[in-house]
Write a protein that binds this ligand. Sequence first.
Ligand code: HEM
Length: 521
Amino acid sequence: MKLFIIANLSILLFWFGASTLTLLSLFLYVFLFVLNHCLVPGGSAWSDYRCSLNLRGPVGWPVLGSIPDHMSALAHRKLASMAASLNAKRLMVYSLGTSTRVIISSHPETAKQILGGSSFSDRPIKQSARALMFERAIGFAPSGAYWLHLRRLAAVHMFSPKRIAGLEGLRQHVANKMAVRVGEEMKERKTVGVKGILQEASLNNIIGSVFGLGLEKELTLTLHEMVNEGYDLISRFNLEDYFPLRFLDVYGVKRDCHKLAAKVEIVVGQIVKERKRAGDFSGGNDFLSALLALPAEDQLNDSDLVAVLWEMIFRGTDTVAILLEWIMARIALHQDIQAKAQQEIDTCVGNQRHVRDSDLPKLPYLQAIVKEVLRMHPPGPLLSWARLAVHDVHIDKVFVPAGTTAMVNMWAITHDPTVWKDPWEFKPERFIEEDVSIMGSDLRLAPFGSGRRVCPGKVLGLATVHLWLARLLQQFKWLPAVSVDLSECLSLSMEMKKPLTCRVISRDSITSQCSVQGDYD
Ligand code: HEM
């Protein structure tokens, strides 16, 4: 600060004393002002808080701040090594653009403070998410009465244990179709493109639970295209999110989002309209029927209904498919672990019938594999959607003003040698030796987040992943078609950069029989 004042005084002296130096002085003045404003830990968005002794973070680039690191396809790794090198694992601050303040925790204790308390109960919303109607759905609705109402409706009519159990038939039906497609691809191409099969399965499953079965194939394809387009738009960089340039729409994100939102309103709106016209929703085993059957005081208006249904399809499709692709990559890579899981299934279930939901608690090794993949390859390494401080708060003695974006680098925590022994080793056995909950109470491994805004779809997601993994292991032996490449690419979720392809060998005599019959077959 002293340096700044002395420099300013000398500039003023120059200013009055030597007219030839006026231009140079002016330049120096502006330069020093910018330096003083930007050269604070965390960058320019933190310049008003530069007196805080505890601020640790990168200065970042002029104007951009840390946008290049934040938007990178390996942001989780970059931010983790930055936090380690600045000794800021507990809390690191940085700026996006000149005015967006961010804090990020790479430590279980500060992560708990951020996710578990009530201070960070909103989410910062990007222009694209707003234009795509997510502000009217659970993920981005501000944490007031409307959000609570939506969470309650989803908890009872989409994610309750009864609803999830009632949808086992659908999960089995989709698993049967998946097994048939695996067989067909092997026959036709001699290899299996795992990602495509999992995405189709995941989409059919979520559409079945949200709308019920019987949606035309073409409509399902349209929904799939819309989900893909939405993913692309939400992950795209948009200047408007960090600078007041609303009128520009440089990358056309706003235009494309409005186009997609209009399409969603027509497509999903039409499904709602037709269901309403058909009447009698009481018999349906799907989310839409349950929402339409609500008493008048709980009913959502049509546009909110469309937003909520669209969000479920959007969130429920890729998360499950991405997680399962990582699991299958590890299964193909570690043949010993695959054999051990198959041995467990053979002993517990045998090969005379397919695995059922009720078998899953008796398959601890299979569950340990899923946990280990969630540890090494969390689909949301930065927990997908950030949080927003609704009021001023202190985290670890750092003053965090209202309006600050807060993130947790779950990937950094799950790869920290002071938190996990041999963090780079794929070792499901660690979860047999120690039972670690992954549902949000233990911040050493919270891939679904934690606290009030924890993922409401976690039990449904895990039920699907466990059953399908068991089915795929029971019926097939998985071998890599080419060497498995574990490179990552982070957009909205962290995906495999190179999609997995496998060679698959049928293991048993039950592939062609279907012992689970029900409403869906
Ligand atoms: C299996 C894979 C899944 C993973 C790894 C996952 C992960 C996450 C994470 C990390 C969050 C943020 C939590 C936080 O801020 O503390 C979240 C939120 C959310 N997830 Fe999931 N999720 C999965 C599956 C699903 C499914 C299947 C659905 C719905 C069908 C779903 C719907 C949502 C919604 C609506 C939110 C926003 C909650 C809120 O803001 O109140 N997720 N998820």
